[in-house]
Ligand binder design. Structure first.
Ligand code: FMN
Ligand code: SF4
Ligand code: SF4
Length: 349
């Protein structure tokens, strides 16, 4: 069988997981191709064409609007009450690009051919896997927009995969619903946690060095691989299987207790957002290389703050790409992140 794994990954976990899945599938005598959507699509454009703003982004912005630029660590701190009266306010706002109108429609039309081509390409595969990280129990905004842009397909078999920290909670149901709305037949879901890239920018450097990460990953890998084996077996994806042999895996909703705890965690995360989300470029560290702007999957960073520094604008999904990729650690959402660890990718692990 031909299988395509199509994914978005901001800090590398999901890409790494997709590779592990692909290796297992290939080892069963099937052909598995990988598609990192960012290599073929401009995810920022897709998101503007089909704008989706998950609740947590709104919650974050209500507390700390991103048009507000916090000039430097020395001169401005995120205050406990998240007051933003004392910092410079920039006029940068992309709300115009997000409101329905000619601009949005033109972008959507120009993307149509790309999605038609993707549709043709996808028809070469018997099964498609959709993968992404879990953000506040949902797919990332750009990935949800990507799914919205897909051409509807009757009954094509797909499965979903995800990486996360400790609590995906109702993620599987959310992504399943969005794929079923497009006419896909969702036959299963698998997720796991790989490296805690979400915690690293908050962890002291002495505690979360490369050695520790390597050790952690080596301990996790056997469990991750076992879970993948079990998942593929449960779909009946064995050597020599053909598409009609594939059976939907049992699909359970998140247990009541998980949902209850998830709800409490969500409330806590919203209430404390003002302490850990925000926009803070440490100008004394920034060398204006523009890497953060170039690699932002939402195309949200402009290099046009006074002095040519980067400015993070509205609707950021907090994917952690810019904070990790900055070579000088000049991106720091809030003081909690200053001088902490950064994740530079799986190559070194
Ligand atoms: C904004 C944000 C929200 C997150 N929300 C959750 C969550 O609700 N549950 C969870 O278990 N992990 C959550 N995580 C952790 C990510 O899912 C995890 O780091 C993931 O493996 C990152 O994948 P990537 O490296 O492919 O981008 C969140 C991470 C970010 C950055
Ligand atoms: S990646 Fe870092 S150093 Fe480069 S422009 Fe962005 S904030 Fe400045
Ligand atoms: S501004 Fe940074 S955190 Fe926000 S979407 Fe872009 S890269 Fe991700």
């Amino acid at each position: 069988m031909n299988i395509l794994l199509l994914y978005f990954s901001a800090t590398g976990n999901t890409a790494y997981y997709a590779e592990l899945l692909a290796r297992s599938i290939n080892a069963r005598g099937h052909r598995c191709d990988l598609m990192d959507i960012e290599k073929h699509f401009n995810t920022g454009e897709i998101w503007r064409a089909e704008p989706l703003i998950p609740r947590y982004i709104n919650e974050a912005e209500n507390r700390l609007p991103l048009e507000v630029k916090l000039a430097s660590a020395a001169s401005v701190q995120v205050s406990a009450d998240a007051s933003v009266d004392n910092v410079s306010v920039s006029a940068v706002d992309i709300s115009a690009a997000l409101s329905p109108g000619a601009g949005t429609l033109i972008e959507k039309a120009s993307l149509k051919k790309t999605f038609d081509d993707l549709d043709k390409y996808m028809s070469n595969f018997d099964i498609i896997g959709f993968g992404c990280p879990v953000y506040f129990f949902e797919p990332p905004a750009v990935f949800s927009s990507f799914i919205k842009m897909l051409k509807p397909l009757d009954g094509r078999k797909v499965f979903t995969f995800a990486t996360h920290m400790e609590g995906p909670v109702w993620f599987a149901q959310n992504i399943r619903r969005s794929l079923e709305e497009k006419g896909f037949s969702v036959i299963g879901h698998i997720d796991d946690h790989i490296i805690h890239t979400e915690l690293l920018p908050l962890a002291p450097k002495w505690l979360a060095g490369e050695g520790v990460r390597r050790f952690y990953l080596s301990r996790r890998l056997p469990k991750i691989k076992r879970k993948i084996r079990f998942f593929l077996d449960s779909l009946n994806m064995v050597k020599g299987a053909v598409a009609k042999d594939i059976t939907p895996a049992a699909f359970s909703t998140a247990p009541g207790m998980d949902r209850f705890v998830g709800g409490l965690v969500e409330k806590f995360l919203y209430a404390s957002m003002k302490y850990y989300l925000g926009s803070r470029i440490l100008e004394e560290k920034c060398v204006k290389c523009g890497l953060c702007a170039k690699t932002c999957p939402m195309n949200l960073i402009k290099m046009d703050a006074p002095g040519g520094y980067p400015l993070r604008t509205s609707h950021c999904m907090y994917c952690l790409r810019c904070i990790n990729i900055c070579p000088t650690e000049a991106v720091s959402y809030a003081p909690l992140y200053d001088n902490k660890s950064r994740f530079k990718g799986f190559d070194k692990l």
